[in-house]
Design a binder for this molecule. Structure first.
Ligand code: ATP
Ligand code: MG
Length: 446
């Protein structure tokens, strides 16, 4: 039979080494979100199609072209989630979370599905880490979530990335700006790409975001949203900038940032990098004061963002950010013969209970083959156990780095490994301290 070896276009496999990187990134993000008081929300992978049509907006690319929508066996229209906010807000309403103490702070890591042109940094199944902060009107909330992204990027060692912010106003001031855009683009109608010609009536803001070269050029001379903000929106935007400056967060104001989803109001922002090719937007977010009401709840201001985890990993790799080291086996138990094998399995289980990464032979291999495998998994220690060792209740423990051997009774094995680990860690600390002393010596001489 022919091998089935092709995953669907735009999907990825994460092999153990790559999964370790993803997990490290995810753990770091969730830890930092936790320090900001965000609790994790998990929502279904699919929702009623209507949820996304209403919240993301039916004029958006996501809803018009990119959703994985299908009918289930009872004829209901179901969609695999293309983003995380709609589900999180739906769950907050359904579970009554907004009736509890505000602000409500939710975080999530979720797969997302979009039928897009697959390329580097753009997939059909990808993953987002996001937060939603509901109930807070103040620019302090915008600054808090932007600060969270900045801290995450700093902690993960991402250097070459820049923050761009903009305000797209509110339902009071945006119509005037939309009209100005319509007037401007109507005069250039023939130059617009067909999609933007279509957008002109339905969603002129989105034209600013078009990636077609000529539409992009036209955007440079388009009316500027910041000139149309009402007093409230302008004050909010100015306050945000003041807060970011006070927090030491570098940013640039970019009036062409409008974001791809319809629910945004006031603040929008992106973190972009030039290190990973054309798909350089690692994080997108903003305020969405109208969404909760749009979904049938009581009006609640809200702000949030989503980071694409694959793009984050790419930019970390491009910057040479630290990544987790491969786990190293603590001890390989090497049995010779059937009886020893049974004993080694039991000993390995005990050692794991004590927190050691222990392996033993599962393939009836020769001594030589077992030693080779121990080397491959980077075992720090090996212990060879044959009939005579079983009888004596002790064996020679070998340090694979130094080659030193010492006799150890089986019932002392965990203790001895623990002592060795402690002195190894102590050595590392002492080395680091010596380095520091040397450094301060050098500095002192200057
Ligand atoms: P883009 O302009 O790149 O299409 P978007 O505006 O559609 O982005 P959002 O819906 O705001 O993006 O999603 C937030 C983040 O999710 C993006 O900044 C990006 O990091 C990531 N993302 C979005 N679509 C994809 C995709 N198809 N593959 C990988 N990551 C994605
Ligand atoms: Mg997109």
């Amino acid at each position: 039979m022919a091998l089935i070896t092709k995953a669907p276009r735009g999907t990825q496999d994460f092999t153990p080494d790559q999964s370790a990187r993803m997990r490290y990134i995810e753990d770091t993000l969730m830890r930092i979100a936790g320090l900001h008081g965000f609790g994790e929300i998990r929502t279904p992978t699919f929702e009623h199609t209507e949820l996304f049509v209403r919240s993301v907006g039916d004029t958006t690319d996501v809803v018009q072209k990119e959703m994985y929508t299908f009918e289930d066996k009872k004829g209901r229209s179901i969609t695999l989630k293309p983003e995380g906010t709609a589900g999180a807000v739906r769950a907050a309403l359904e579970r009554g979370l907004l009736a509890e103490a505000l602000p409500l702070k939710l975080s999530y890591i979720t797969p997302c599905f979009r039928y897009e042109k697959a390329q580097a940094g753009r997939y059909r199944e990808f993953h987002q880490f996001g937060v939603e902060l509901l109930g807070a009107q103040s620019s302090a909330a915008d600054a808090e979530v932007i600060g969270l992204v900045q801290e995450a990027l700093d902690t993960l060692g991402v250097t070459e990335i820049r923050l761009f912010i903009n305000s797209i106003g509110c339902p009071n001031c945006r119509p005037k700006f939309q009209q100005a855009l319509k007037d401007y683009y109507s005069a250039h109608y023939d130059e617009l790409c067909p999609t933007c010609q279509d957008r002109l009536e339905r969603n002129p803001l989105r034209i600013l975001d078009c990636k077609e070269e000529h539409c992009h050029e036209l955007a440079e001379h388009a009316p500027i949203v910041l000139d149309y903000l009402c007093d409230e929106c302008r004050e909010h935007f100015e306050e945000l900038q003041e807060r970011l400056r006070a927090m030491g967060i570098a940013f640039e104001v970019d009036p062409t940032i409008v974001r791809g989803l319809d629910y945004y109001t006031k603040t929008v922002f992106e973190f972009k990098t030039e290190t990973i090719g054309a798909q350089g937007t690692v994080c997108g977010g903003g305020r969405y004061d109208g969404l909760v009401e749009l979904m049938g709840g009581q009006k609640q201001p809200a702000v949030g963002f989503a980071i694409g985890l694959e793009r984050l990993k790419l930019v970390m790799e491009a910057c040479g950010a630290p990544m987790p080291e491969e786990p190293r086996c603590d001890i390989a138990l090497i049995p010779l013969g059937a009886k020893a094998s049974v004993r080694c399995s039991a000993m390995a289980a005990d050692l794991r209970t004590d927190g050691f990464y222990a392996e033993t032979d599962l393939m009836n291999r020769s001594l030589k083959a077992q030693l080779k495998y121990a080397n491959k998994i980077g075992a720090r220690y090996t212990i060879v156990i044959g009939d005579s060792e079983l009888e004596a209740g002790k064996a020679r423990l070998k340090d694979m780095d130094s080659g030193e051997e010492q006799e150890v009774a089986f019932d002392r094995l965990a203790d001895v490994l623990m002592e060795k680990e402690a002195s190894r860690l102590y050595g590392e600390i002492a080395d680091a301290q010596f380095g520091l002393e040397e450094l301060s010596g050098v500095l002192g001489q200057e």
